[in-house]
Design a protein around this ligand. Sequence first.
Ligand code: PMM
Length: 272
Amino acid sequence: MGIVNVTPDSFSDGGRWSDTAAAVAHGRRLAAEGADLLDVGGESTRPGSTRPQEAEELDRVLPVVTGLVEEGLTVSVDTMRASVARACLEAGATLVNDVSGGLADAEMPPLIAATGVPFVVMHWRGLLTDPHARPHYDDVVEEVCRELGERVATLAARGVDPAQVVLDPGLGFSKDAAHNWTLLASLERVLQLGHPVLLGASRKRFLGRLPARPGAAVDGAAPPSDPADRDMATAATSLLAARAGCWAVRVHDVASTRDALAVHEMTERHRG
Ligand code: PMM
């Protein structure tokens, strides 16, 4: 899944594709590099960012979704708003990716139930308004899995077929670096919930503080690397995701992940 952020303020590529033509060209390039699916989003979820008005979000994403669909590409929409999801589905998007897991908008579950489209339910403990609020877990894997299971049950009670649901542990959402690493090390536990799993590690902050990097301070005080310098680490997480059996990875740089996934495919093919 290649990321097409049509936002002025996403943490790694905010503002770069905010013009429709540039965003469509970017999506086309990601598809040419091997993305099977393009995820178009118009709202940044970085801590402290203010939500765009509904009309503004729609203005950002709908022309891009339409443009990519017209090129015959498979498109998902990254939104927490049912109205935006509905308009994009009508324009030809085939999947809804909701970082709130259907919690932000009461109209989302009935829309997903009525349309029957695949629905990405990401784990998040809510819109963070305080960027310094520290998430607390006694056992992050156990709690994320339990809370995802509860989300699926709540959605099912509102008519969503569990077969529509793709789960995402939500790296970086209400989670610190140690939580992200622990979840990455335990993806098979998320897969045991019995749904396809999507992983979104791409360029996230915890990948910008790898201990082996020259200059990385032992006490972790070194500044994080630039988001765009995190693609090799991202590709490594894509390999981990593939080995665990994930369904998809959501990435900014498709070429590096494509190669990592090819390494996985070749080693699987040659497994004795
Ligand atoms: N991360 C971001 C946005 N949308 N959707 C899913 N399903 N999973 C994620 O991890 C996720 C997401 C934030 O990253 P971005 O601002 O670079 O898009």
